[in-house]
Design a protein around this ligand. Sequence first.
Ligand code: ADP
Ligand code: MG
Length: 242
Amino acid sequence: MIKVKVEKLQKSFGSLEVLKGIDLEVKEGEVVCLIGPSGSGKSTFLRCLNRLEETTAGTVIVDDNDITDPKCNINKVRENIGMVFQQFNLFPHLSVLENIMLAPVDRKKLTKAEAKQTAERLLATVGLAEKAGEYPPNLSGGQQQRVAIARALAMSPDIMLFDEPTSALDPEMVGEVLEVMKQLARDGMTMIVVTHEMGFAREVADRVIFMDGGYIVEQGTPAEVFGNPQNKRTQDFLNKVL
Ligand code: ADP
Ligand code: MG
C-alpha cells in the first residue's frame, strides 16, 4: 500500500525555487532516509508532506488524501503524521507525562485515563518510564528527544517524519535516540528521515535518497547509494561526509 505519493512537487519562497519537481512514492512500512547538502530543500520537502508549507505546484497524497486540495481536512490528515524536529519543542511547564498526553486528549482521540496509560506505555518503550513526572528542562537532550518521539507516537500516527532528530544532540546522546528510531523501524513504521547519520541510513533505510538543488538526484538501496553512487554530486557529497 502506498502511504505517500508526491508528484511534480514544486515549492518556491518568492523568487527562490527550493523544490523544482520532486516525485516520490513511499510504501507502508518503508524507511526512507533523505540525505543531501544543507540548503538542498530536505526540510522544505518534509514540511510539504503535512502542509506546514503550502506547495507551489504538484500534488502530495498522504493516506489517499490529496493535501494540496484546499478542501482537504489537513488537521485530520496530520493526526496520522508524527513529526520530530531537531529542536524538541516540549512544553517546559508540563511534566513529561502531560506533554505526551496533551495532543491525544486535546484532539479527543483518547480519554484522559487512556492517554495516561498510552503515555506510560510509550515512555517505557523509549526507556524513560521513571521520568514520567519530571519536567523537560531537567532532562538531557537525548532524553528530551525520546520524549518528543513518544509524544508524536501518542497520536498513533501511521507515518513518522524526522528532520535531523539527532543534530542538536551532544554526540554521546545520539545513539540512544537512533536506537529508539531503529526499534520503530523494526516495528514496521513508515518513516521518512532527514539525517546526517550515514551509519543509521546504511543500517536502517530501505531506500536512501540524495537531494541536491531542489531535485532528487539519486536514490537506491543503501548498498547502491553508499557503495556505488552513480552521480558526481552524490559522490562529492559522500566523499565529504563519510
Ligand atoms: P535543507 O533542510 O536541505 O538544509 P531547507 O529546506 O531548509 O534545506 O532550505 C532550502 C532553501 O529554502 C534554503 O535556501 C533556505 O534558505 C530556503 N528557505 C527555507 N525556508 C524558507 C522560508 N520560510 N522562507 C524563505 N526561504 C526559505
Ligand atoms: Mg533542514
